[in-house]
Write a protein that binds this ligand. Structure first.
Ligand code: NI
Length: 169
């Protein structure tokens, strides 16, 4: 396994619309393992493939509490099939926008279909932090970062702060 460099805003790579995964094979699983290791090292709770420069519809997450056992989750070609009308506000952050946070409204619940680590079709109904996180990660697959929902002023301010952070290393 390997820790991969995480791409940060305003890198245009993050605006890429990722392509569906065609085959779930050992090469793809190796990438998912690397993504998970990269996410844990950051540390973060979710990571989309485009954040490590791979334009594939693929993401990893782990929402386990800090003192609980790891709970790695892999979502390949995820598709949202339903969202609740009710919205929830969550103070979101992103490994591609380090140290910046903002309140974002999203549907409180959603249903999705996806392929798992073994390429098997799965479906689930997400609520709570899980629903927020999966929608945030799925936005990355469509080239959207959470600061895109902010005013231009706030977005530019966040980007400037990230550029400064990256420059300072
Ligand atoms: Ni993110």
């Amino acid at each position: 396994m390997a820790i991969l460099p995480i791409i940060t805003v305003p890198d245009p790579i993050l605006k890429t619309v990722s392509a569906p995964v065609e085959v779930v094979d050992d090469d793809l699983r190796a990438l998912m393992d690397d993504m998970l290791e990269t996410m844990y090292a950051a540390p973060g709770i979710g990571l989309a493939a485009i954040q490590v420069g791979k334009p594939l519809r693929l993401l990893v997450m782990d929402l386990a509490e800090e003192d609980a056992d790891p709970d790695p989750q892999y979502y390949i070609n995820p598709q949202i099939t339903w969202t609740s009308d009710e919205l929830t506000t969550y103070n979101e952050g992103c490994l591609s926008v380090p140290e910046q946070y903002a309140d974002i409204d999203r549907p409180s619940e959603c249903k999705l279909t996806y392929l798992d680590y073994d390429g098997k079709e799965q479906a689930l109904h997400a609520t709570g932090l899980f629903a927020t996180c999966i929608q945030h990660e799925m936005d990355h697959l469509n080239g959207i970062v959470f600061i895109d929902y902010l005013s231009t002023l706030k977005k530019n301010m966040a980007v400037r702060k990230v550029k400064k952070l990256v420059k300072e290393g």
